[in-house]
Design a protein around this ligand. Sequence first.
Ligand code: NAP
Length: 251
Amino acid sequence: MSELEPQTKPLALVTGASRGIGAAIAEKLAQDGFHVLINYASSEAKALEVVNRITAAGGSAEPLGFNVADSKQVDEKFDWIAKNRGQLKVLVNNAGITIDGLIVRLKDEDLDKTLDVDLKGAIYCSRAATKTMMRAREGSIIQIASVVGEMGNAGQSAYAAAKAGLIGFSKSVAKELGSRQVRCNVVTPGYIDTEMTGALTEAQKEAILRTIPLGFFGSTADVAALVSYLASPASRFITGQVIGVNGGMYM
Ligand code: NAP
């Protein structure tokens, strides 16, 4: 890490960047010229693979493990970032889990886990980031929610509650911090080709595809392209918005 010169590159943190959508976002932000902090909870080896891919392509990144659901760890890591890496310009709250099941069988512990990671984790990281962003009068916070938080989904009530909560939270932050030029937006992916959708049967895939006007599953790059725009000054007049990447599934 000693050869890094993060002060020469703007700094971005992507939570849950060891695979899937988070990894694609991290790679895109690195291409855009950011030094990217690759967060993970337990998948250190996978996070290092993402770092290696980025550096091999000429970008700049480093791993930063912490559990977003632990507010003490979050505060400690954000303090470390401010002292050792400088001003955070972009925070992407992407870390998320799903524990699916019908509402009648929803266990307290599964509800708590889902809200702790998907909602409270994003709130802890946003709170920690805004402290320095407010002082710098610059910053872009991007939440990765879900189309499920907008339209609901049978068997995903806890997940939908967490993702819908993120939308109200983000609009409040956008209103509070707009005068400080800190922006906060929500990206809501629909069905994205990941390990998760790879596990669907052909019949399930066909049924889902019939609900998507564009007729195909999105890619992680489709989500990363929107995040890249929201992270850049090109989106300087956009805050408090919920933007779907869903092939028209919800409009
Ligand atoms: P994924 O492949 O399951 O990856 C989840 C990432 O989050 C991993 O890097 C994981 O790291 C990390 N993570 C989980 N719990 C964490 C914690 N407590 N602290 C820090 N990191 C943690 O997920 P994905 O499919 O790419 O989805 C990414 C985001 O997009 C999620 O918020 C998801 O809800 C949303 N989304 C996905 C889809 C889709 O079709 N895939 C659709 C709509 C929305 P570890 O392995 O180290 O835990």
